[in-house]
Design a protein around this ligand. Sequence first.
Ligand SMILES: Cc1cc2nc3c(=O)[nH]c(=O)nc-3n(C[C@H](O)[C@H](O)[C@H](O)COP(=O)(O)OP(=O)(O)OC[C@H]3O[C@@H](n4cnc5c(N)ncnc54)[C@H](O)[C@@H]3O)c2cc1C
Length: 234
Amino acid sequence: MNNKPVVKLIAKPDNMLKTIYTACRTCYSAEYPADIYENAVDNDKMLKLIERVISSGHYSTVEHIQVTFAISNVSRACTHQLVRHRHMSFSQKSQRYVKEKGQFDYIIPPTIEKNPELKSKFENFMNEISKQYQEFVEAGIPAEDARFVLPNAAASSIVASLNLREMIHLANLRLCTRAQYEIRTMVKLMCDELTAQEPWLKPYLVPKCERLGFCDEDKSCGRMKTKAQLFHAS
Ligand SMILES: Cc1cc2nc3c(=O)[nH]c(=O)nc-3n(C[C@H](O)[C@H](O)[C@H](O)COP(=O)(O)OP(=O)(O)OC[C@H]3O[C@@H](n4cnc5c(N)ncnc54)[C@H](O)[C@@H]3O)c2cc1C
C-alpha cells in the first residue's frame, strides 16, 4: 500500500489577508474596522503591515483565521503526535465504532520498507495481529477491546482544524528535521496545500530555525548555527 499521507485542505476563509490586515490595522487606527476592511485593496501594503506585526510577536492577529484539513493514510503513531497540539480540534476515525474487516491498513516506515527482509517480517507480523484481532471480534469481543492488539502502525484518518497562529507553530516545530519523519511529511503537505492558495504564507510555514535565525535544539542537524555558536562565538 502507498505509505504517503493523504492531505487535503477542505476549508479556509477566502478573505484571509484582508481579515488579518483589518485585525492588525484596527490596533493602530481611529478608523472603524468595517471601513478598514472595505478600503483594503493594496496587497503589498497589507503584507508589509502583517509581517511587521507578526515579527514583533503580535500573534493574536492571525488567530482570526481557521483552516481545516482532511488527513488519511497516516499511522496512529503520527496522529498521536498531532493530537498533542492543544490548540487544534480533531475528529478521528474511531477504533471503537469502526471494526477492521480483514487485514487492517497499516503504514510501513521507509527505513523498514527499503529492506526486503525486514519488510517481509513487518508484513507477516501485521498479518498475525490482524488474525488475532479478527479472532477476538468473532468471539464477540467488542471492537473497543479487540483494538488493544492493534499497533502504532495502524492507519488512521483525522479531520484537523486550527487557527493560523497554531498552523505557524505546528509548521515551526514539525518541519524541523528533529521531528519524526511521518509527521514532518504530513505537516509539509498541510503547508503545501495552504500555500498553494495563500503563497504569502510561505515565509511563516517553515522550520523554527528559519524564523529564529539559529537552531535552539539540543542536537542540531547542522543546517543552522546553534544559539551557542551564534552568541558565544569569539
Ligand atoms: C522534535 C519533537 C520531539 C518531541 N518529543 C517528545 C517526547 O519525547 N515526549 C513527549 O511527551 N512529547 C514530545 N514532543 C511533543 C511536545 O512536547 C509537545 O507536546 C508538542 O510538540 C506540542 O507542542 P506545544 O506544547 O508547543 O504546542 P501546542 O499544544 O500546540 O500549544 C501551542 C503553544 O501554546 C502555549 N500553551 C499551550 N498549552 C499551554 C498550557 N497549558 N500552559 C501554557 N502555555 C500553553 C505554548 O506556548 C505552546 O507552545 C516532541 C515534539 C517535537 C517537535
